[in-house]
Design a protein around this ligand. Sequence first.
Ligand SMILES: *Cc1c(COP(=O)(O)O)cnc(C)c1O
Length: 410
Amino acid sequence: MSVTSIAAINGITSPLLERLQDQLGALGAAGLRRQRRTTDSPCAPCVQVDGRAVLAFCSNDYLGLANHPEVVEALREGAGLYGAGSGASHLISGHSRAHALLEDRLAEFLAPHLVLPRALTFSTGYMANLALLAALGGTDADIFSEAVNHASIIDGARLSRSAVRVYPHGDVATLDLLLAASQAPTKLVVTDSVFSMDGDLAPLPELLALCERHGAWLLVDDAHGFGVLGANGRGALEHFRLCSPHLIYMGTLGKAAGVSGAFVAAHESVIETLIQRARPYIYTTATAPALAHALLTSLTLIGGADGAQRRLHVNRLIARLDGTLRLQRWQRLPSFTPIQPVIIGGNDEAMVAAAALDARGIWVPAIRPPTVPRGTARLRITLSAAHSEADVDALVVAMNTLEEPLAHVA
Ligand SMILES: *Cc1c(COP(=O)(O)O)cnc(C)c1O
């Protein structure tokens, strides 16, 4: 046995462990060491964390469905119908009636925006993006990726072995030039619809027009738009009233839908290709059917009067925050989505601001590099339909009185 394979349990030093400890020490010294907090209650505005109740503005549960009694009951019912686990991957025996029904309902839901659509569910959005890019990309494809895309898109593009061209944030003109210069038979433009750390929207109509002109596909990651945008909650495509055979849509089911998982909706040939070729789909155990069963209830809520009411309420909360937050040094980004970031700048001040809010019983996460660009550390406020106006007012009072006393940290 080599020395490096013996861990420090025997008190023997290990060069490998020392290397990790050095790296962790450097992260700590740079103020970038991250810590998890453990909650003891459902995802809701008031959460029990580390032994006390706090008012949280952290989750992506934009419609407040994660703890909706009907969704919770459906999950229970699903466990009764299908048991706890699926037992196998989709292509072996793990594909249940609940998964099949969910795919049909999702395809139907997105049908106004796609041509001959079919849907396919995935365990997570991360895996859906890996699957999509790896299955459609390859050495004969060029991928055109927006600069601030989600990490799962960046990783999927790497996995695909395609040539990757990154275009600047929102820069349609540069993308046009890059597409014109590409000789690849397959061109994939991929973008978040709602940018997860800024809350702004990609110019999807302009991007789609470019794709149609250059014979490219437009892959839309609507993780933060699905359920939230559009009169019926169908997401970014409904918001912009888009419909095209060039569109490939990815939505996640653990954010506004309140449960877990993700799906791709696209032309049936795209979906059949994913079933045959996408390794993150094929080589993994299907999610618990009970989750798919619960998601049928989520979808009914999202597309019905309850969802419309929830979207109206969260939009009122966004307007209320907008009308009452008064900041001097800190900068609120222009966003009309439930993602409402406040740019603080330095890592230290962002951490001190989050700690000062925490001392007042308010939980807002501080987001630091590398998740966001250097010098743009921020408080990422997210609003949910489960919040009340009084919750937003409490946050605003705290933020408005905090900024000035923290000037010395900047
Ligand atoms: C959250 C997120 C994902 C990943 O989805 P999960 O279901 O959480 O794995 C992908 N893309 C974007 C833009 C996201 O915000």
